[in-house]
Design a protein around this ligand. Structure first.
Ligand SMILES: Cc1cc2nc3c(=O)[nH]c(=O)nc-3n(C[C@H](O)[C@H](O)[C@H](O)COP(=O)(O)OP(=O)(O)OC[C@H]3O[C@@H](n4cnc5c(N)ncnc54)[C@H](O)[C@@H]3O)c2cc1C
Length: 441
């Protein structure tokens, strides 16, 4: 069964011209279009499949500051405020709650790392509590185990991946923006070197600005217009179980397994960081740039299958604007989950939290996590194509920081004072080396 997702009705007829076209109806594109529409701009959001159907509905739903890299902490903090504000502004429910995140460990080195992060976070005004053994064991009492220690971050939270992007899309429509599903952007047109239109499978929209928020498809799209964006995807497998397990923490991370309460009372189970590398043409192209990341993370990665090659999101092919493209052949990137990981995750979760044995598996799925070489997203206008703004490579953190990313993008488009300093995210940095810069936590 695929990841649960709310379905929404969207606009059919394309506008002839708008102020901004946003390509990609994941959480990042949806929030970017929402903040632009709030500022009175005429916006069209294009989604080749269903809003939210790729990474944005397949994730754990964590919206966290805890253990964030210094470059991402400011946008993570602001995003938590924006998740709350969005509900107040629109009356839409993304399932966001500041439930706090709990981390438990028996590993001294891991606990020391969390304590170092706590010290750093204090300097940024973020409060997080280290737990001694008694406190950690009490908070983790559902496991019936004694823990050496842990950390609890009370101001962090979770939102519901099955309803968040659709809720934002409804808010865009309520503000007068248009949202188009089953509508792939095939490319762009330029006039005198500036972006002047977006070409879709259903027609051309004139616009001075386009935002590429296409998640795992961003690099192959950029290649069509001569932009080199190093991006690679890891297949991560995950499952959900029914309601029925009592007294579990809302969101718990351990090295063995992590769990998250879902909006329907069930839980999502996953093993942090574990993934499969499905070889693709693009991965070979950017292999050198991803070496620092790979050396850091190789212990949790395993070789994958040919499905990544077949699905076409990381193709090196050039396509025409007047014929179907790989995006139309693969409306929703829905990789097969890794069965052995699903079985291991379920087994570990039931061993850690025995009340989960009273539940049953309701769904299992996988998602391609789109990463950059340093594990920090690429957000910024590309010098070579004025008017073209890239916003992709969210490296496993994009759901939680989706509101902040969308706000920053709207700031770039309108020239408003930015929500946070956008310079650490500018894609021009990928021209340099990633050695020594891979996100720490
Ligand atoms: C298993 C898993 C667990 C995760 N856990 C977390 C977590 O707990 N917290 C967190 O913050 N992040 C998490 N992430 C990462 C997070 O889900 C992503 O970073 C985030 O959803 C990326 O959002 P996005 O909008 O950039 O991309 P996506 O959600 O992938 O959306 C991109 C959209 O663009 C569309 N598109 C692409 N090209 C075109 C085109 N040419 N025309 C029209 N449409 C196009 C696609 O169809 C897609 O719907 C997790 C990811 C996975 C897979």
């Amino acid at each position: 069964m695929p990841a649960p997702l709310q379905k929404i009705e969207t606009n059919q007829a394309l506008p002839d011209s708008v102020d901004t076209v946003v390509i990609g109806g994941g959480i990042v594109g949806a929030f970017a279009a929402y903040y632009l529409a709030r500022r009175g701009l005429k916006v069209a959001l294009l989604e080749k499949g269903r809003v939210g159907a790729e990474q944005s509905s397949r994730n754990w739903g964590w919206c966290r500051q805890q253990n964030r890299d210094a470059r991402e902490l400011p946008i993570a903090t602001k995003s938590l405020e924006l998740w709350e504000r969005f509900a107040a502004e629109t009356g839409e429910d993304t399932g966001f709650r500041r439930c706090g995140l709990l981390y438990l460990s028996n590993n001294e080195a891991e606990l020391e790392g969390w304590a170092r992060w706590r010290d750093f976070a204090r300097t940024a005004g973020v409060t997080t509590h280290m737990l001694d053994s008694a406190q950690a064991s009490e908070r983790g009492r559902a496991s019936g185990r004694v823990w050496k220690g842990g950390v609890f971050s009370p101001s962090d939270g979770t939102a519901d991946p099955s309803q968040a992007a659709p809720a934002v899309a409804r808010a865009i429509i309520a503000l007068g923006g248009s949202v188009h599903q089953d509508c792939a952007a095939r490319g762009i047109e330029t006039t005198a070197g500036r972006l002047s239109a977006v070409v879709t499978e259903k027609g051309t929209i004139r616009t001075p600005v386009a935002i590429m928020a296409g998640g795992a498809w961003a690099s192959s799209f950029c290649r069509q217009i001569g932009i080199r964006f190093p991006q690679a995807s890891i297949r991560s497998s995950i499952l959900s179980v029914s309601a029925g397990a009592a007294d579990l923490p809302d969101a718990l991370h351990t090295a063995e397994v992590s769990i998250t309460r879902r909006g329907d009372g069930g839980h999502t189970l996953a093993i942090s960081g574990r993934g499969r590398v499905d070889p693709t043409p693009q991965q070979f192209r950017f292999a050198n740039q991803f070496l620092p990341m790979f050396l850091r993370r190789w212990r949790s990665l395993a070789p994958g299958s040919a499905q990544g090659w077949r699905s076409g999101h990381e193709t090196l092919a050039r396509w025409r604007l007047d014929a179907p493209t790989p995006m139309e052949r693969m409306r929703i990137l829905d990789p097969a989950p890794d069965r052995s990981t699903i079985a291991l995750t379920h087994q570990r979760a039931c061993a850690l939290l025995p009340s989960l044995t009273k539940t049953s598996i309701t769904a299992a799925w996988a998602g391609y996590i789109d990463s950059t070489p340093d594990g920090v997203p690429g957000i910024g206008e590309m010098d070579s194509v004025p008017g073209f703004i890239l916003a992709a490579g969210f490296s496993g953190h994009g759901f939680g920081i989706g509101p902040g990313a969308g706000h920053v993008i709207a700031d770039l488009v309108t020239g408003a004072a930015p929500l946070v300093d956008p310079r650490p995210y500018h894609p021009e940095r990928f021209k340099g080396t990633a050695w020594g810069k891979v996100a720490d936590f």
